[in-house]
Design a binder for this molecule. Structure first.
Ligand SMILES: *[C@@H]1O[C@H](CO)[C@@H](O)[C@H](O)[C@H]1NC(C)=O
Length: 330
């Protein structure tokens, strides 16, 4: 049903677009022919579906709604209003299975916060049974974000900051992309690294921010502020990654846990991450990335981690996954 609805919408959009945009043009006949042909194909397709191809149709539907959804792993710190806003939003996403809130404040979450979240989840999730958990940490460390979670219900994790929101369609699309490549990281915020040519005799790397990705179209990381990855990486981050890296993240830099995760995944897969196009809405004020010195510190982290790994595991790519329903003429 959903597929039919979507293709019908596309067809309508296509036809109205054609009629409006090319009145008076010599090409209108050609385009109208295309339109009619599309309509015929569409109607024929529907007829076939209702004439005994049910089985195939059913299996397609099954394919597009996987049995297992994903867990949202949301990192928050003293911003309950943002937390409320993002949880009420994500509760309405179809594939959502559990919500884990990484809580590193000295005081435990209040009863009223818990009640609020629970109510909004119940009213927004369309009767689905969604789990809500606070993972409470004693110390305030950036590594808390990737602590191993013992009884996770899903293998897919959507790690997200509390101050950015993506429409459910973007999240589900990224989830689909991740299902095609469950070992890799699939996310919305790409970053890059470059060899610093001015340092002649050693390999020194520079962190490339948003501008550099925009300019070159190349990236080698997707940030965990908005990315899917396999739950096994939580285990690896906490138990297998060199402790010196966790220490560096917690003490020296108080930053770069996302770069550490990118290194970990790249060292495991030997492949680049996948950047997925999605619409970002920032709901909080701008965070640390707009502060001065941020880039220098990230550059230091990269070079520190390269030292720990003994090589540079990050792999660059310029591939970008885009929802084909939103891109017109291929
Ligand atoms: C990187 O991957 C290799 C090969 O799987 C592994 O032997 C090595 O321990 C990993 N390096 C780090 C620093 O985790």
């Amino acid at each position: 049903m959903r597929r039919n609805y979507i293709s019908r919408r596309i067809l309508q959009r296509f036809c109205s677009q054609v009629v409006i945009s090319s009145i008076g043009s010599i090409k209108i006949k050609l385009l109208l022919c295309c339109c009619i042909a599309f309509t015929v194909v569409f109607i024929a397709g529907r007829a076939v579906t209702s004439m005994g191809w049910r089985h195939r149709h059913e299996s397609l539907r099954h394919f597009s709604t996987p049995r297992n959804g994903y867990t949202i792993l949301i990192n928050t710190w003293k911003r309950n209003d943002l937390l409320k806003q993002s949880i009420s939003h994500y509760a309405s996403c179809v594939g959502l299975d559990s919500i884990h809130i990484v809580w590193s404040e000295p005081d435990p979450p209040s009863e009223s916060l818990y009640d609020f979240l629970w109510d909004t989840i119940k009213s927004n999730s369309d009767g689905k049974d969604i789990e809500l958990r606070f993972d409470i940490n004693k110390e305030d460390s950036l590594n808390n974000r990737f602590k191993e979670i013992k009884d996770l219900k899903t293998v897919a994790i959507f790690s997200v900051d509390d101050d950015i929101i993506f429409p459910c369609t973007s999240v589900e699309f990224a989830f689909n992309a991740w299902q095609s490549a469950p070992d890799t990281m699939v996310g919305f915020v790409p970053r890059s690294h470059w060899v610093d040519k001015s340092k002649k005799n050693i390999d020194y790397y520079t962190y490339g921010g948003w501008w550099s990705v925009w300019w070159m179209g190349t990236y080698s990381m997707v940030l965990s502020k908005a990315a899917f990855f396999h739950k096994n990486y939580l285990f690896s981050y906490t138990n297998q990654m060199p402790a010196s890296i966790r220490e560096y993240v917690a003490k020296n830099s108080r930053n770069c846990e996302d770069i550490a995760m990118s290194f970990l995944v790249a060292n495991t897969t030997g492949a680049p991450p996948i950047w997925v196009k999605g619409k970002i809405s920032e709901i909080g004020s701008t965070g640390i990335s707009s502060l001065g010195g941020h880039k220098r510190q990230r550059t230091q982290c990269i070079n520190k981690f390269v030292g720990e790994y003994g090589n540079m595991p990050l792999v660059s790519t310029s591939l970008k996954a885009v929802d084909s329903r939103n891109s017109w003429f291929w």
